[in-house]
Write a protein that binds this ligand. Sequence first.
Ligand SMILES: NC(=O)c1ccc[n+]([C@@H]2O[C@H](COP(=O)([O-])OP(=O)(O)OC[C@H]3O[C@@H](n4cnc5c(N)ncnc54)[C@H](OP(=O)(O)O)[C@@H]3O)[C@@H](O)[C@H]2O)c1
Length: 243
Amino acid sequence: MNGAIDRVVITGASSGIGLDLARRFLAEGSRVVVNARDADKLERARVELGGGDRLVAVAGDVSDPDTGPRLAQAAKRHFGGADVLVNNAGIFGAKPFLESTAADLDRFLATNLRGTFLVTRAVAPLLVEAKGGAIVNVGTVLVEQPIGSIPCAAAMCSKGGVHAFTRSLAVELAPHRVRVSCVAPGIVRTPLIGDAADSLAKIHPLGRVGEVSEISDAVLYLARAAFVTGVVLDVDGGYAHGR
Ligand SMILES: NC(=O)c1ccc[n+]([C@@H]2O[C@H](COP(=O)([O-])OP(=O)(O)OC[C@H]3O[C@@H](n4cnc5c(N)ncnc54)[C@H](OP(=O)(O)O)[C@@H]3O)[C@@H](O)[C@H]2O)c1
């Protein structure tokens, strides 16, 4: 898949990285199914993205077992299938472990890990049917390189699972020519991080936070890179390599 990418499914596409990704894929001529939980916010994103018959919005919580099949059905019905899945929907929250609860853990696991697993389970058969394609998950650089000032053990249980899932599934789906990779962002300026973003600039050796377009660049690369699978690509201003 070195050239144009035809049919794409993106979760968490009403905001931040996912919204930018939808814009980028559409600008390249792709046909895109976008998803997010909040239907009104997703509809505003659909309008902002220009609507049109190359864009289909399907609202739903990725942790709901019905959402993945609904995304797959929309891709099949409107576009005849799917070539790329981006599991971008995700939540984050810093909280000291000694204050964390079972509910905190369950919340992160539901969206970040169960959501990624269930949507992939539903959409991957379309990629197999297309005889090749790519799944790009979104993890975080904090999985491999924790930092004391951002305590987030509960969130990392889920994102660590996403990194492990990526590697395992890459090997399993390789015979079907379906590649599975993961982008691990550093701190990126999005609504998820809010006004705190720039105060965290100095944890990156490059001395600034990332922009959504820089994460989209990496996702687009991994979606196309025909001899790359199973990688977790840090897009983090050098954060993973020390300070
Ligand atoms: N920003 C960073 O610094 C950073 C760093 C490392 C990793 N990441 C990862 O990058 C991804 C995108 O984050 P972002 O910063 O762009 O966040 P964001 O601006 O908050 O956007 C998150 C998107 O995910 C959707 N979403 C959240 N929970 C969902 C669920 N259960 N089901 C369906 N959609 C859901 C949101 O829609 P609703 O509002 O409708 O729920 C929204 O569209 C996440 O996986 C995040 O963990 C971000």
